[in-house]
Ligand binder design. Structure first.
Ligand SMILES: *Cc1c(COP(=O)(O)O)cnc(C)c1O
Length: 390
């Protein structure tokens, strides 16, 4: 059958009829351990009973209402997010890239509102990932993503990952914000060190620049803390989130402090779907579980075990694996060579993983993953290493 879908994805030739927890059941009859989880989206696994309940209950009451009216479910979700984090205010969206767009808008609007409209440039890491809208691809500066999509969206500068000199050199009087992923997901699960985060914060304070942490992939418990930046003592001004907060339902949001929120006056931004009752009910149900006592501790515990088991495999197969990377359940297995064949072999052995930059096999279990499921993944990875020809 010829697909009527445009060819902007290279899809694997497989589809699924249902999912349960860490597993997916394919239409080919096979059962897969799903350590992609919609790319860190299904934070609580497939078919989570609490999420099913939230969707079905809310769907019988009210799906959508305009932001021209008060939405109690959104009020509640925003209040809970601000209570747990640095933030004072939240704007809801529907996806990650919209959240980064709004983060940029909030930063610019703040300086505009205090009479410094020329302070409007955003400094990002070269080849980072902030989504696929026009602004977001030019924020990333990746040649591959911007190819054919000119003219260039102005207002972005870039520095080299981990290079403080390059960062300092790229700052001008016009720099309004520095925006980084606390852990670079698409770029290859590259963790920004605590020391570097501290250094960025110091520079931001000194030069009156806003700090934006894109926690769309590494946030909402994936790192073992609610936000990955919490491992450092650094406080951001703006944090876009998405992926994990909806547990599979499309939700994006921007968290911000009081200072920057002051620029977002009525009419300055809007979204038709953003924050509708159905989405907000699911978001609340996700937080019910993630905020449960011991939930994040357990993510830390199981990820520590996973990392140590992967390191053992790396010791046994240093000719295949170059490095084990990541934070919490955002895990990268960096290979010496292109990882596509390795990922295919894992899939042939019923384990689903996904690519990231720098030859990384990205491993993203649900935050509810069980030890025996990690053991199964380890067994499969070992088996593939054993038969893999470099
Ligand atoms: C996935 C991702 C985005 C984009 O999210 P979409 O929902 O695909 O628009 C932005 N930033 C980071 C760090 C991401 O991982």
């Amino acid at each position: 059958m010829v697909s009527a879908l445009a060819k902007n994805y290279s899809r694997r030739k497989i589809s699924f009829k249902k999912g349960k927890g860490s597993f997916l059941y394919a239409n080919n009859g096979k059962k897969y351990l799903d350590f992609v989880q919609g790319i860190a989206v299904n934070s609580l696994g497939h078919s989570n009973p609490n999420l099913i309940k939230a969707v079905s209950q809310q769907s019988k009451k009210l799906w959508h209402i305009s932001n021209a009216f008060i939405i109690p479910e959104g009020e509640r979700l925003a209040k809970r997010l601000t209570k747990k984090t640095f933030a004072d205010y939240v704007i809801f969206q529907n996806s990650g890239t919209e959240a980064t767009e709004v983060a940029i808008k909030v930063a610019r609007r703040y300086f505009y509102s205090i009479g410094q409209p020329k302070k409007n440039r955003v400094l990002c890491i070269k080849n980072s990932f902030h989504g696929r809208t026009l602004a977001a691809i030019f924020a990333s500066g990746s040649k591959k993503m911007i190819e054919g999509f000119g003219p260039k969206v102005q207002g972005f500068d870039h520095f080299e990952f981990g290079n403080i000199k390059s960062l300092k050199k790229s700052i001008t009087k016009k720099t309004a914000a520095i925006m980084v992923e606390t852990v670079m997901g698409e770029g290859g699960i590259k963790v920004i060190s605590k020391k570097f985060l501290k250094e960025i914060e110091k520079i931001c304070k000194k030069k009156k620049i806003l700090l934006i942490f894109d926690e769309i992939q590494c946030g909402i418990g994936r790192s073992g803390k609610f936000f990955a930046y919490e491992y450092s003592n650094v406080k951001p001004d703006i944090v876009p989130i998405a992926k994990g907060i909806g547990g599979g339902f499309p939700i994006g949001a921007v968290l911000m402090n009081k200072k920057v929120a002051s620029g977002m006056i009525p009419g300055s931004h809007g979204s038709t779907f953003g924050g509708n009752p159905l989405a907000m009910s699911v978001g609340n149900a996700v937080l019910d579980q993630i905020f449960k006592r011991g939930f994040l501790k357990n993510v830390q515990k199981i990820s520590k075990y996973f990392h140590s088991e992967l390191k053992k495999i790396w010791k046994d197969y240093p000719n295949i694996i170059k490095e084990v990377r990541g934070l919490g359940l955002l895990i990268g297995l960096q290979l010496h060579q292109d990882q596509s064949r390795f990922i295919k072999k894992l899939m042939e052995n019923n384990l689903l993983t996904i690519k990231a930059g720098e030859n990384v096999v990205r491993i993203l279990p649900p935050l509810t993953v069980k030890k025996k499921e990690v053991d199964l993944a380890i067994k499969i990875i070992k088996k593939v290493c054993k038969i893999y020809k470099v």
